[in-house]
Ligand binder design. Structure first.
Ligand SMILES: [Zn+2]
Length: 231
C-alpha cells in the first residue's frame, strides 16, 4: 500500500500551527486510549510527534509495534536511545557522527577545497546518495528567517567562515532549500564569502519552488548538483 505521508501541510513553526497540531495529538491520544488502552494512546502520541506522521499513520504504526515480537520492539526502543545517547554533530561540519570527526571529514580522499553548504545534516545523507559529490560539507543547522528572529548568529555560520579563512577552499556550493528562507540564506552567504576570493555557486534545483531537498529523489538531486551556477 503506497500512500502519501499524511503530512500536516508543512505549515512550519507558526505558533498557531504548532498549537493546532498539539491539540490534534492530545485529542487523538485521549480517544485512542479510551478505546484501546493508555499504552496504545501513548504510542500514538509518540508517533504523532514525528514529522509527516498524522493520526492514521500513528495508529497503524502503534498497532504494528503491538503485533511485533517483543525483541523486535525492544530493538526499536534501544535504537532510539542509542541514537540520542551516541550521536552528535561533527565539530567541523555538523554532520552526524559518533566519532571525533565525521566519516566525511576524516576521509582523506574527499576534496577539502570544495564545501557544500546545506541547512540540515539530513541533507548530507540525500546528497551523498547521489554518489557524485567528492568534496566536504557544512550544515548550518537551520536557515535565516528574520520574521522568526533567526539571524546569522543563530546558525553555524561562524564555523563555516573559520574553515574558509583557514585557506585552501576554492569553491562553496550553496545547497540550501529553494524556499524563501533558503534563498535568503544563500544570498547572505554569497555576500560574505565572495570577498574572501572564494567562488560561490548555487545548486540548481529541479524542484518546485517552496520544496524541500529532503523529499527529492536522487536523480533530481544529482541533476541539481550538476547544474549549479555561479552566484
Ligand atoms: Zn564532519
Amino acid at each position: 500500500m503506497k500512500s502519501e505521508p499524511d503530512r500536516e501541510k508543512e505549515q512550519v513553526n507558526t505558533p498557531s500551527a504548532s498549537s493546532t497540531r498539539l491539540k490534534k495529538r492530545e485529542r487523538a491520544a485521549e480517544q485512542d486510549a479510551a478505546i484501546s488502552g493508555r499504552a496504545l494512546g501513548r504510542m500514538v502520541d509518540a508517533f504523532m510527534r514525528l514529522p509527516g506522521i498524522g493520526r492514521k499513520s500513528a495508529e497503524r504504526l502503534a498497532f504494528s509495534v503491538l503485533g511485533m515480537p517483543k525483541g523486535e520492539a525492544e530493538g526499536i526502543a534501544q535504537a532510539i536511545l542509542d541514537l540520542k545517547n551516541n550521536s552528535r554533530n561533527c565539530p567541523r561540519c555538523n554532520n552526524i557522527t559518533e566519532d571525533e570527526l565525521c566519516s566525511i571529514c576524516r576521509d582523506p580522499r574527499r576534496d577539502a577545497g570544495l564545501i557544500c553548504v546545506v541547512e540540515e545534516p539530513s541533507n548530507i545523507l540525500v546528497l551523498e546518495k547521489t554518489g557524485m559529490f567528492r568534496g566536504t560539507y557544512h550544515a548550518l543547522l537551520g536557515a535565516l528567517s528574520p520574521l522568526d528572529g533567526i539571524g546569522p548568529e543563530d546558525l553555524a555560520i561562524s564555523g563555516l567562515m573559520e574553515r574558509l579563512r583557514g585557506g585552501g577552499v576554492k569553491e562553496v556550493i550553496i545547497a540550501t532549500n529553494p524556499t524563501v528562507k533558503g534563498e535568503t540564506t544563500a544570498h547572505y552567504l554569497s555576500r560574505i564569502i565572495k570577498p574572501l576570493g572564494i567562488s560561490v555557486t548555487r545548486i540548481a534545483y529541479g524542484l518546485p519552488v517552496g520544496g524541500d531537498i529532503e523529499y527529492a529523489d536522487e536523480n533530481t538531486v544529482q541533476r541539481a548538483l550538476a547544474g549549479r551556477r555561479e552566484m
